[in-house]
Design a protein around this ligand. Structure first.
Ligand code: FAD
Length: 282
């Protein structure tokens, strides 16, 4: 689309050229997850939350999943441990140990004040940088009508650290000791510094948004929620941007499932299910 068509669809957006995806939608992923859990329970399964898996041990008769309270003998295990996926993969041997490491990147959102929400009708994205498809703050009109702007991406000092001040020494040590991090940092120092600068200096963040939504003002934006991306990085400093599923013995590990893995979760699930049927002779 040219600038005129952009203005018809998003009257406050500016751009030289645009791509319009008329079938793009948005979901409340919490409700998706609850619906999936209902399906599992409806089919006779159970969903147990708040139980950290501390060990996976292979035996002749199956694989034992150990938590602080109990042990379960299973025919097979599918692990999708997000920010901990490398550590859980390492529980069954080689799959996670030295191949890739999860480097956590925090992403913060601002939200538009109610008075400025009219500036965005749908989902508005900048052109992605092919080297870092996960970078680039965007606007998201959510199903409750709120509009989020973000996320940025800065190195997090804790895998589950959702605030700037969160530090977990074990996580930090694991991140800093990974040679891949330093290779990545050396190669893309400018990008990293720019992201950190925008994290601390709101006017810089707003300027980035203003490139394609010129009317947005700093006073329209208030600090919103945060998330932490689990990004697998190789020893050589490559960002693994594809989904990475590794099978080992009686375990299948989803080692890297970056965005858009939530959108693609049913498709990824089909791939994993097909592997599980074969590997675990289900
Ligand atoms: C800010 C942000 C914005 C995003 N936006 C989008 C988007 O718009 N679209 C999209 O498709 N994706 C998006 N994503 C990416 C999406 O959230 C992930 O791709 C997806 O959540 C990965 O799913 P997963 O099941 O692999 O991991 P997760 O969703 O992280 O789930 C892993 C689970 O494993 C649990 N766990 C970890 N270790 C253990 C253990 N030892 N024992 C027991 N349980 C354990 C964790 O508690 C967690 O519940 C976004 C991510 C972030 C951070």
């Amino acid at each position: 689309m040219g600038p005129e068509r952009i203005r018809e669809i998003e009257p406050h957006a500016a751009g030289l050229r645009g791509l319009w995806s008329p079938t793009t939608g948005i979901v409340d992923f919490r409700r998706v997850a609850l619906a999936l859990a209902e399906d599992v329970e409806g089919a006779g399964g159970s969903v147990l939350t708040g139980r950290e898996v501390l060990g996976l041990e292979e035996h002749r008769e199956g694989i034992v999943v150990r938590t602080a309270d109990d042990e379960t003998l299973a025919r097979g295990v599918v692990a999708c441990a997000g920010l901990q996926s490398d550590r859980v993969a390492a529980m069954t041997g080689g799959a996670g140990r030295d191949r890739v490491r999860i480097v956590p990147f925090r992403g913060d959102y601002y939200t538009l004040l109610r008075s400025a929400r009219h500036l965005v009708r749908g989902l508005l994205y900048p052109v992605p940088d092919a080297r870092f498809p996960f970078l680039g703050v965007h606007f998201t009109r959510r199903i409750d009508g709120e509009v989020w702007a973000g996320p940025n991406a800065v190195l997090a000092f804790a895998r589950e650290g959702y605030r700037r001040r969160d530090v977990d020494l074990r996580d930090l040590r694991a991140t800093l000791a990974w040679p891949g991090l330093w290779r990545l940092a050396g190669r893309y120092a400018r990008t990293g510094i720019a992201e950190t600068w925008r994290d601390w200096w709101k006017p810089a963040f707003v300027a980035q948004l203003g490139r394609y939504l010129p009317e947005v003002r700093s006073e329209d934006l208030v600090f919103g929620p945060s998330g932490v991306r689990a990004q697998a990085v190789t020893r050589r400093g490559e960002v693994v941007d594809d989904f990475d599923i590794v099978a080992e013995g009686r375990a299948i590990h989803v080692c890297n499932a970056p965005s858009p893995a939530a959108t693609s979760s049913l498709a990824i699930g089909s791939v994993v299910a097909a592997q599980a049927v074969e590997r675990f002779a289900l």
